[in-house]
Structures are given as structure tokens and as C-alpha cells.
Design a binder for this molecule. Structure first.
Ligand SMILES: Cc1cc2nc3c(=O)[nH]c(=O)nc-3n(C[C@H](O)[C@H](O)[C@H](O)COP(=O)(O)OP(=O)(O)OC[C@H]3O[C@@H](n4cnc5c(N)ncnc54)[C@H](O)[C@@H]3O)c2cc1C
Length: 375
């Protein structure tokens, strides 16, 4: 049986960041990930600058990627009303294909071991974990980080009761060639039952990613028809869809996205990223929160495993406290904003108010984002 100091379930942004951080401090890390790299994922692909200095400190080299810097947010209504504001901190655009793969390569350079399989069970007994894989093997670990994202076979086992209920959200993404979208702009467009984000990633490619209530989508049932019949009622999306050339053969989609309450500690696992709690995508900082949570978890694991200045209980309590301090309010506020964005009447009213007060929108953005994190 294989042994690991730290086993990380899931090699997305959270899992890979924690793996690099811990391995760079001399801790032996195994990541179990069910899919290989590189690959596309449903995501708006806008990364808030709050995590850029930390990722650079870990060894990410963004300069070679020539990524678009994004400093302006535009909101539009179905009636074609638009408003733009400067983003207080800004961010950059990068595809998940590139970002996850770059983090994976960095993890490999830091001697992180990868096992490509699905974790099927985790048992904590006698102060250590036994992790079972679909490949029928088992790994023993002193610490396990749960970084298995927004939807996983492990959800039922490690979620609160309310999370067992099916979630009504569907996410859709496709890359396009399109010249009419400024490089420095992330735009959010309201449509019946959802909202769509448009922003550039590397090589001038434009990403369209939207979140829609499943009952709204089901009435049409096909992504191309839904784009034509529903998204195109927003004149900004109509203009885009009529003139853009899709790059993917088929758009990617993910169903049953849950925004329910989750646990930051589950059966002694430290949960990071979406598996601990998911902020509504319109805030555009789920990835930044996943990276930040990975940093906080790594710090506590180092105190516990390497420095041995805290015990397991103290590690869990400290992580939970920090998680609540940094993310609880942001997730709540993100939920309120999503409710407004999806309620056409409120959204139109909100846009009128915001048009008269751009500082109000900037305050809302600030409150759903954190400050730059640096160690
Ligand atoms: C529609 C939409 C748009 C979004 N847009 C943005 C945006 O523009 N900006 C932003 O910052 N955030 C955005 N987000 C949020 C962002 O995608 C997530 O917050 C981020 O991906 C969380 O990273 P993670 O590492 O927790 O999960 P993930 O990146 O999902 O990684 C989880 C990994 O775990 C693996 N896994 C799952 N179960 C197992 C298992 N049992 N065994 C082994 N491996 C397993 C999966 O294969 C996956 O690779 C968006 C989300 C949605 C739904």
C-alpha cells in the first residue's frame, strides 16, 4: 500500500495550488485526480488579481503566457441597457485548459506524485486516513485535503443533508473567434433564467460562459437553440452570437451545480475550493477563493506535520476559523447578487440605481472580493 504525508483529492485549481505549496516546503504530496491534463472545463476563466502575486511566488510564470489584463466590468439588461465600471483590483483571462495544465506542470517540477483515478471512499481511523481508489488500490495518508470541486461522486458522503437535493443550475461554455470584444473587458449579460459572461483568454480567444436555471433551459432543451431563442433576446448577446465563430465542435456543459451550504472540515479532511463552498459565478472569484483556501490549508498543514507546533484538532479549528472569516460573508453576498441578477424587474431597477451610483457597484464588487494575498 502506498503512503503519503498529504493526499489531495482532486487536481483542480485548489488541489494543484495546495500540492505545489506543500511540496515546495518539502512535504511529500500525492494528488489523486480522475482526469488527465490538459482539458477544458466549464468556467468563466476570469481570475481576480487577488491571487496573482501568490501564484507567482509559487513559481507560475504568467508573463510567458501573454494573458489579457482585465480592468473593466460591463453589465447589460435584456432591454439593451449597459453600464461599465472600473474593477477595483482587476484580473486576467486564462483558459482552464492552460491554467490547470500550467499548475500541473509546476506540481510535477516540485515532485508532487499524481495518481489518475477516482477516489471512492475515505476512512479516518487511529489518526490516519485510508483512501480507496476506483483502480482498487488504497493509499494511506496522514492528512487529506478534499479539493474535489463542485460536483463529485464523494458529495453524498461528505455533504450536509441539504446538499443531497438536486441543484437546478446548468453551466455552459464555448470558445469563439470574435473581434468585437475589448481585451480589457469582462461583460455580464442578463437573459431569461440566467446570465452570460464574455471575456478574453490567451491567444485572443473569447470565452462565452453562462449559468442558467435548468427549468428555463429544459423548455428549449438544446444549447444552440437556447442561444438563438433566449440568449439572443439580449441585444449584446445577439450581436455576439451572430458574428462570432465557435472554436469547439460542441459547447461544454455541466448540470446540477449546487450553491448549498457545505463543510470546510468533513471527517477530519480540510476541504478547499468548491468542495467547501461555492460563490456564485457572477462574482468571478471562485478560482481566487479556491487558491486562497489552498494557501490557508497548506499553512495549517505545515504547522501540524512539519513544524509540529499544533495538533490535528488545532489544525482543523484554525482552518475552519480562517475559512469562515475570509469566505462566509462573500458567499452570502454573492447569493444576494445572483438573486437580483436573475430577477429581471429587480435587475432593471438595480441597473437604474447603479447608473446613478457607480461607486455602489464598485463597493459590491469589493465586498465579494478579497485583498491581494501574499505570504
Ligand atoms: C458557470 C461557471 C462559471 C464560472 N466562472 C468563473 C470565473 O470566471 N472566475 C472564477 O474565478 N471562478 C469561476 N467559476 C468558479 C470556478 O470554476 C471554481 O470556483 C473553481 O474551479 C474551483 O476550483 P476547485 O479546485 O475547487 O474545483 P475544480 O476546478 O472543479 O477541480 C476539482 C477536481 O476534482 C476532481 N475530482 C472530483 N471528484 C474526484 C474524485 N472522487 N477523485 C479524484 N478526483 C476527483 C475533478 O476531476 C476536478 O479536476 C465559475 C463556475 C461556474 C459553474
Amino acid at each position: 500500500m502506498k503512503n503519503a504525508d498529504v493526499l489531495i483529492i482532486g487536481g483542480g485549481v485548489a488541489g494543484l495550488t495546495a500540492a505545489v505549496d506543500l511540496a515546495s516546503k518539502g512535504i511529500q504530496v500525492v494528488v489523486v485526480e480522475k482526469k488527465t491534463y490538459p482539458r477544458h472545463k466549464v468556467c468563466g476563466e476570469y481570475v481576480s488579481n487577488e491571487v496573482k502575486p501568490y501564484l507567482e511566488q509559487l513559481g507560475m510564470n504568467f508573463t510567458t503566457l501573454s494573458l489579457p489584463e482585465i480592468n473593466t466590468l460591463q453589465l447589460t439588461t435584456q432591454q439593451g441597457k449597459a453600464i461599465s465600471v472600473k474593477l477595483p483590483l482587476g484580473g486576467f483571462g486564462v483558459s482552464r485548459y492552460t491554467l490547470d495544465n500550467q499548475l500541473y506542470q509546476l506540481a510535477m517540477r516540485n515532485k508532487v506524485e499524481f495518481v489518475f483515478s477516482t477516489v471512492t471512499a475515505v476512512d479516518f481511523q487511529g489518526g490516519e486516513f485510508e483512501v480507496s481508489l476506483a483502480s482498487k488500490s488504497m493509499i494511506k495518508a496522514k492528512v487529506v485535503l478534499g479539493a474535489f470541486g463542485k460536483r463529485s461522486n464523494l458529495d453524498e458522503r461528505f455533504q450536509l443533508k441539504s446538499r443531497h437535493q438536486k441543484s437546478p443550475w446548468l453551466g455552459v461554455k464555448c470558445h469563439y473567434h470574435y473581434d468585437g470584444h475589448p481585451k480589457n473587458l469582462v461583460s455580464l449579460h442578463n437573459f431569461q433564467g440566467g446570465y452570460a459572461g464574455l471575456s478574453q483568454v490567451e491567444e485572443g480567444v473569447l470565452n462565452l460562459c453562462y449559468l442558467v436555471r435548468y427549468d428555463s433551459f429544459k423548455r428549449v432543451g438544446d444549447i444552440h437553440e437556447f442561444n438563438r431563442q433566449v440568449l439572443s433576446r439580449n441585444p449584446y448577446l445577439k450581436q455576439f452570437l451572430e458574428n462570432a465563430r465557435p472554436i469547439f465542435d460542441q459547447p461544454l456543459s455541466i448540470a446540477q451545480i449546487s450553491f448549498g451550504k457545505k463543510l470546510s472540515i468533513a471527517d477530519h479532511m480540510l476541504m478547499c475550493g468548491d468542495s467547501a463552498g461555492m460563490i456564485h459565478p457572477l462574482c468571478g472569484n471562485g478560482m481566487a477563493m479556491a487558491v486562497h483556501a489552498a494557501k490557508m490549508a497548506s499553512e495549517q498543514v505545515v504547522y501540524f506535520l512539519k513544524d509540529q507546533i499544533i495538533d490535528r484538532n488545532e489544525m482543523e479549528n484554525a482552518y475552519q476559523k480562517q475559512w469562515d472569516k475570509h469566505f462566509k460573508k462573500r458567499i452570502w453576498l454573492g447569493g444576494q447578487l445572483q438573486r437580483i441578477m436573475l430577477h429581471t424587474g429587480w435587475f432593471n431597477f438595480g441597473m437604474q440605481s447603479i447608473a446613478n451610483s457607480k461607486p455602489m457597484l464598485q463597493t459590491l464588487i469589493k465586498r465579494t472580493h478579497g485583498n491581494p494575498i501574499l505570504s
